[in-house]
Design a protein around this ligand. Sequence first.
Ligand SMILES: *[C@@H]1O[C@H](CO)[C@@H](O)[C@H](O)[C@H]1NC(C)=O
Ligand SMILES: *[C@@H]1O[C@H](CO)[C@@H](O)[C@H](O)[C@H]1NC(C)=O
Ligand SMILES: *[C@@H]1O[C@H](CO)[C@@H](O)[C@H](O)[C@H]1NC(C)=O
Ligand SMILES: *[C@@H]1O[C@H](CO)[C@@H](O)[C@H](O)[C@H]1NC(C)=O
Ligand SMILES: *[C@@H]1O[C@H](CO)[C@@H](O)[C@H](O)[C@H]1NC(C)=O
Length: 687
Amino acid sequence: MSKVVIVTFCLFLMVKLCCLVCLHDSAQRDTHVVSPPAVIPHTTKIFRRSTTWAPQLPLRVTPWYLPGQSALLTLSQNTQLQSAMREVTKTISDMLSVQRSEGPLLLNRDMSKYCRSIWGDPSLLNYKRCGSRDLSYHGERCLDVVIPDSHLHGYEVWPMNGTEPDHVTPNGTGVPDTDFLLYVRVAQTEKCALQPSVIAYASYCQLDHSGRPIAGVIVFCPKRLRDGVYQHQHIVQVCLHEILHALGFSSSLFERWIDCSFPGQCSSRSRVTNTDERGQLRIYTPNVMQRMGEHLGAGNVGAPLEDQESPTSSHWESRMMQGSILTASLSPPHLTYLDSITLAAFQDMGWYGVNTSMSSHLVWGKGAGVSFGLPSTCQEKLADFFCKDQGEIGCHHLHLNKGNCSTDAFLDGCRIYKPLLQGGECWLKQENYGADEIYHSQSRCFFSNLTKETKHEKVKGRCYLHRCIAPNTFQIKVQGSEWTDCPAGEWIEVKGFEGVLLCPDGRLCSGFDRPPAPTSVSPTSPFYGTFPQIGPGIRVQLTIVQNLEWNPAKKKLLTEEVLGVVAHHAGVQRCFLHASTQLDTDLSFVLVIGESSNCRPHPTGSWPHSSIMNLTDYFITYESPQFSTITIRFQSHGSQNSIVSQAGLVGTCVGVILFCAMLILTICWCKYRARSLQVRDVYHAQL
Ligand SMILES: *[C@@H]1O[C@H](CO)[C@@H](O)[C@H](O)[C@H]1NC(C)=O
Ligand SMILES: *[C@@H]1O[C@H](CO)[C@@H](O)[C@H](O)[C@H]1NC(C)=O
Ligand SMILES: *[C@@H]1O[C@H](CO)[C@@H](O)[C@H](O)[C@H]1NC(C)=O
Ligand SMILES: *[C@@H]1O[C@H](CO)[C@@H](O)[C@H](O)[C@H]1NC(C)=O
Ligand SMILES: *[C@@H]1O[C@H](CO)[C@@H](O)[C@H](O)[C@H]1NC(C)=O
C-alpha cells in the first residue's frame, strides 16, 4: 500500500518538476476564439480559394509588444527577448508561406458579444444584422490581452427597417504586413506561478474564413527570463515550439485542418486523428503518414500523439519521436530538430505552403519498423535506442552527449539515455574526466571499455575524437592512439588498448550531429549606434506630469518604450526605429529611421517619416492616479516648431474627428501594470 502511495507521489513529482513544460492545451482552453462572422464552425464543408491565382508568400508573423511591460524586465532582458522573437519569426517565414490577403490585417469581433439581438425575420431589410448593442461590451481579448480597437473590424447596429445604421464603430487601421499577429506579453500569470519551470506558453485567438489562425498570444513568464544565465537558444526553442502550436498544431484545431490538394478548392478533412488497434491516438493525414512510414521503413503509418495528455494531446508521442520540436518534454536545443514529420503536419493543415528543405530527419527510431517504441517492445533485451538499467551511463542517441539511462512521465516506463549535461557534453572542450577520453568539438560519445590497464572495465559511454570520411563512415581517435577506421555497427579494438569500442550505425556523419554553435547572443542594440540612416532625424519631446528622478537605466527603458509606441501607431516595424541620442535632461531624444539587419525589408520603399510626423500628441497613460502620464511630441530635427497640429483638418468631417480621436490613444500600460508593484515602481524607484 505505502509503496503505491510513494510511487504515485513520485510520478506526481516527476510530472510536476520535469515535464509539464508546455501549457498550450490549458492556455488554449482558456482562450476565446473568434472566427469571421460568415463561418459557422464545423458546418462549412467546401470553400473556394481566391478565384484568381495568388502566389504563396512567406508567412509574416508580427510580434506586438504590449507597451509598458518592458518594465518587468531589464533593458538587456528585453533586447534578448526581442532578439529571440526575431529569430523565431525568421524561422517561421522561411518555413511557411500563405496566400496573403490584401491590406492590413484586421481582426474580427464576436457578434455574440457586442450584439444583444439580431433581426431574425427574413422579410426585414436588415435581416440577420445586429439590432441592439450590448452596452456591457468592452472589446475583444486574446487570452488576457485586450486587443486594441485599431486592430479590430468595426461593427454596425441597424434599426429594423431603416437604411442608416443606428450605431457605427469604425474599422481600425489594422496591422500592416502581417499574416499572423502575435501579442507578446510578459507577465507573472497564475499559470507561470503554478508551473515554475514554464518559460512561455501560447494560444491562438482568431481564425480566418478557412480556419487558419491569424492572431494569438505568447506569454513569457518573467521569472524564467531573469533566472541566472540567459539561455538564448533555449528561449528560442520554447518560443518556436509554442508558436507552432498557435499556428495550427493544436488538438483543438486538428478537426479543422483542411484538404487543399485539389486546385481551386479546399474541403474539410473527414478525420485527422484516430486510435490504432493498440489504443494509441495517431494523426492520419497523407503527408504525415508517408513521412512517418518512410522514417520507420514501414509503408504508411499514422504519427503517434502523446498518450499521457488527455483527451487529445498537442504533442508527438515521446517514446517514438525523441528529438522532435513538438514532443511534450523537450531535449536541450542542440538535440532538438524541426523534423520532417512535423513539417508534414503543417503541409496537411491545408493553410500553408511548406519549405521542406528546412526539415531534419529524425534519427530516433529510424528504420526501426512499426512496432518501434511500444511500451511492450521498448523493454526487450535488444531494443535499439532504449536502455535497461536505470542510472547506467551510455550515449544519447545523437552521440553528442553521454546519456544517463532514465525515464520520465511521458515514456510509459520505457528508459532512454537522457543527455547528460554538465560534464557529459563530448563536443565541449573541458577538463578530461576519464583517462583516454577527449572532449573536443569533433568528439562524440561511444560505448566502450577501452583501457590501458589490464583490469576489467564495464562498457559505458565515453568521449573520443571522430572524423567523417563519408556518410556513416568515420574514424576515431583515443587519447594517444592513431586514427582508426570505425565501421558502422561493429565492435573494434584499438591498437595499444585493451577492450572494445562500438561504432554506431546510422547516427554519425549524416549531418544531424552538428555540435551547437558557440552561444552567441548578439542582439542588436537599438541604442545610440550608427545606422544606415534614411531621411532626417526626428526630435521626440517627452513631457511627464510628475517629477521623476532619472538615471541612465530608466532613461533607456523609457526611450525603448516610446519607440515601441511610435512604431505601433505609425505602422512601422519597431526594428527600423532607433534613438540616435540619449534622452536629454529636457526629456527629448532624436529618433532616426534606418535599416537593420534584423528587419524585413520595408515594403514600399517609402519611408515612414511622414506617418510619424503626422501623429498628433501621444499619451502613455497609467491607469491609476499614482502613475505618470507621458506625452510624446515630434519635431523635425533642428526645427523648433512642434509639428502637432492637425487642426485644419479637424472639423471638416466627422470621419476625420473620429480618426483623430482614435489617434489620441490611451495606451493601457495596463491592468497588469496597475496591479503590479514592479511596474508602478519602475520610474519612481532606483533601478
Ligand atoms: C527554405 O529554407 C531554406 C533554409 O533551410 C532557406 O534558405 C530558404 O530561403 C527557404 N526558402 C523559402 C522560399 O523561404
Ligand atoms: C419595412 O419596410 C417595408 C417597406 O420598405 C414595409 O413594407 C414593411 O411593412 C416594413 N416592415 C415593418 C415591420 O415595419
Ligand atoms: C470595414 O472594412 C470592411 C472590409 O474589410 C468593409 O466591408 C466594411 O464596410 C468596413 N466597415 C466600416 C464601418 O467602415
Ligand atoms: C542519472 O539519473 C538518476 C535519476 O534518474 C540520478 O539519480 C543519477 O544521479 C544520474 N546520474 C548522473 C551521472 O547524472
Ligand atoms: C570489454 O567488454 C567486453 C564485452 O563486454 C568484454 O568481453 C571484455 O572483456 C572487456 N574488456 C576489458 C578490458 O574490460
